[in-house]
Design a protein around this ligand. Structure first.
Ligand code: AMP
Ligand code: TRP
Length: 335
């Protein structure tokens, strides 16, 4: 039996991934590479949908790859590539755009939010067709599952609809993929505002722990995290969001259950918890940071990994695209 295939992508939008990205998404990617035929990519084409700085984009793409490798993505187990290295993504995107309804694209929440904020003349057609590109990303590889966060559910629904629409108009090519919503994935909250999710765009620097920050500075952020009234260290997200968030992070990084931690910290104070978690964080992140640096110091090695990934991805993507072109009636070029 071949392993079921999973595919996912992440945008290279920041200098560094943060704990929310790692605990909410990347950790699951790493786990899935053991049991699935996994395809993971950096969605650099999606990063063009908002205004960006070209020099930063290429540096961030490299840094994203280095971080994925440093946290345990194994290029011998999973296929790791950069979206723009495969022209098939943009090519299938065109077919998907021609299947996507104008109204349908207008109803995508992510687009609606951004265009409401920025005005329809400031947002690009690229942002409008972002979900059609995402559908192409996915359908090219015909995965069974697409591990994503809850916020991507609507884009996955559209992908399924487009797959079915394609099949009914042009003949069956796709099996609609299932969203693998990471329910048990930790949702990590802002250290300073434990009611809000840790986020690149919303968190203040003090509220967010980035993988590439100085580990000592990160430990300090943990020690300065907002905790709650009372003194007991128990997991109670409703009444003690700050402490609960720290327990979730601690549990994930130290590989211990929240229950074990609660027992350990009985009778101790918030200060003890924060100090210890700061140390756990330093221990966990220091080698990751060193690895990232050594990958970034060896761009030739990174390029080799990426070109191997692109080659493997192309074996699948080119086949799907040829089948799609044939089904929609595009004349094959003479050989
Ligand atoms: P973003 O860069 O915000 O689109 O996030 C990339 C991935 O990280 C997505 O799969 C998100 O679901 C996940 N993610 C981002 N922030 C958090 C968070 N605070 N807690 C858990 N997962 C997160
Ligand atoms: N839109 C996704 C996000 O912001 C990233 C992404 C692009 C993606 N293409 C994808 C995720 C294909 C899964 C599958 O998180």
């Amino acid at each position: 039996m071949p392993r079921p295939r999973v595919l996912s992508g992440i945008q290279p939008t920041g200098e560094s991934f943060h704990l929310g990205n790692y605990l909410g998404a990347l950790r699951q990617w790493i786990a899935l590479q053991e049991t699935h035929d996994a395809f993971y990519f950096i969605a650099d084409l999606h990063a063009l949908t908002i205004e960006h700085d070209p020099k930063l984009l290429s540096a961030r793409t490299r840094a994203s790859v280095a971080q994925l490798l440093a946290v345990g993505l194994d290029p011998d187990r999973a296929t790791l590539f950069v979206q723009s290295h495969l022209p098939e993504h943009a090519e299938l995107c065109w077919v998907m755009q021609c299947l996507t309804g104008f109204g349908e694209a207008s109803r995508m929440v992510q687009f609606k939010d951004k265009s409401a904020k920025q005005g329809s003349d400031r947002v690009s057609v690229g942002l409008f067709s972002y979900p059609s590109l995402q559908a192409a990303d996915i359908l090219l590889y015909r995965p069974q599952y697409v591990p994503v966060g809850e916020d991507q559910r609507q884009h996955l629904e559209l992908t399924r609809d487009l797959a079915q629409r394609f099949n009914s108009r042009f003949g069956t090519v796709f099996t609609p993929p299932e969203a693998y919503i990471l329910k048990d994935a930790a949702k990590i909250y802002d250290l300073q505002e434990p009611g809000a999710k840790m986020s690149k765009s919303a968190s203040s620097p003090a509220g967010i722990v980035e993988l590439l920050d100085d580990p000592k500075a990160s430990a300090k952020k943990i020690r300065s995290a907002v905790t709650d009234t009372g003194r007991e260290i128990v997991y109670d997200p409703e009444n003690k969001p700050g402490v609960s968030n720290l327990l979730v992070i601690y549990s994930a990084l130290a590989g211990r259950t929240v229950g074990e931690l609660e027992a350990d910290y009985q009778g101790k104070g918030y200060g003890d918890l924060k100090k210890d978690l700061g140390e756990v964080l330093i221990e966990w992140v220091t080698p990751i940071r060193e690895q990232v640096r050594s990958y970034l110091d060896d761009p030739a090695e990174l390029d080799k990994i990426l070109s191997r990934g692109a080659e493997r991805a192309r074996e699948v993507a080119a086949g799907t695209l040829a089948t799609v072109y044939d089904h929609v009636g595009l004349l094959a070029p003479a050989r």
